[in-house]
Structure formats: C-alpha cells, structure tokens
Design a protein around this ligand. Structure first.
Ligand code: GDP
Ligand code: MG
Length: 176
C-alpha cells in the first residue's frame, strides 16, 4: 500500500468563467467540456502528484462557485489551505485586474503568505483573438510577490500539469 508524504489543500481562485473548473477537469480527468456549467457551492477533487524528488503529494483541490459572496462559504474555502492557483482569462483583461486585486487581497487576508501561482488560461484563443494584455505586466506582478506566471489551455492541455506541479512543489517546500 502506498502512503503519501503530504496532504495539502489547494484552491482555485479567480472570477467566473476563467476556466477554474476546466483546469481541474483537465488535470484530474484529462477531459474538457465546451459548454459552460456554473459551479454550485464548492467542489472538491483529489489527485496525487509526484514531486521532482520522488515524494508523493496528495492534493485536495477546491473549486469555488458563484456563491462565494456568502461569508460562511469563503471561511470554509480558505480554512487550512496551503496554496492557490490564481486564474484569469487571457481574452478578458478585466479578469487579470480582478484576480490581482480583489482575489489576491482576499487570499492575503485569509491565508497570509500562502504560496500562489498566477495562471493566464485560454492560451489557445490567443492565436485566434490576439492578446488583450501585456504578459510583461503579469510577469512584473509575480516577480513582486516571489511567484511565477504560467499561461495554460484547459482545452488543449498546454502547461496544465506543469501549473499544478509548480504550486505543489511550492506548497510542500513551505511545509518541509
Ligand atoms: P469557471 O467558472 O472559472 O470554473 O470556468 P469554466 O471552467 O466553467 O469555463 C468557462 C468557459 O470557458 C467554458 O465554456 C469552458 O469550456 C471555457 N474554457 C475553459 N478553459 C478554456 C480554455 O483553455 N480554452 C478555451 N478555448 N475555452 C476554455
Ligand atoms: Mg467553475
């Protein structure tokens, strides 16, 4: 029987429809769904990742829906969390602004100094629609908080595993 060395709670944070649920689905189930289904309340999925040193980390991945406005849901969501993927939509500049202000402020308040990784999702649409924001701005923002910026596509799978692995390494190194 395998026993995992670490069990951590990972949050997916960010505005509606940026692809939080899709990223989790791609990572955990290797699938994608084109039609938009609103996440109700909080969904939790579990997956093991193997870290670069061979240790196993069991992720409990928390996906929050639109009911975040209720204080009791927020409290439960943030309680005991070890890290967060902060997700915005590369085709909507306002989602970048929102994730780096409102969402990050909330993370900093409920979970001070918790590791986060900034995710620009829907990279597959950049080819078709072009960029709506300068990636250097995202890079400068993460430099400032000692983090990294990764562009992903839940549709094509690009960098999705890397994003989850990166935050896992950061959460575990903080626990060691
Ligand atoms: P959430 O509200 O943040 O959980 O967003 P969802 O995961 O429900 O995704 C919102 C919509 O964006 C859905 O229609 C998804 O199919 C679509 N979507 C999510 N990720 C991607 C992506 O990487 N590329 C494209 N083209 N569409 C995506
Ligand atoms: Mg969702």
């Amino acid at each position: 029987l395998m026993s995992s060395s670490y069990k951590v709670k990972l949050l997916l944070c960010g505005p509606a429809a940026v692809g939080k649920t899709s990223l989790i689905k791609r990572f955990v189930k290797s699938s994608f769904q084109a039609d938009y289904k609103l996440t109700i309340g909080v969904d939790i999925l579990t997956k093991d990742v193997t870290l670069s040193n061979g240790e196993i980390c069991t992720l409990s991945i928390w996906d929050i829906g639109g009911q975040k406005r209720f204080e009791f849901i927020r409290t439960t969501f943030y309680k005991g969390a070890s890290g967060a993927l902060m997700v915005f939509d590369l085709t909507r500049a306002d989602t970048y602004t929102e994730v780096t202000s409102k969402w990050f402020d909330e993370v900093a308040r409920y979970c001070p100094a918790m590791p986060v990784v900034l995710i620009g999702n829907k990279a597959d649409l950049i080819e078709k629609l072009g960029r709506v924001m300068d990636p250097a701005a995202a890079q400068a923002w993460v430099d400032n908080i000692n983090s990294i910026y990764i562009e992903t596509s839940a549709l094509e799978g690009q960098n999705v595993d890397d994003a989850f692995l990166e935050i896992s390494e950061r959460m575990v190194s903080k626990m060691r």
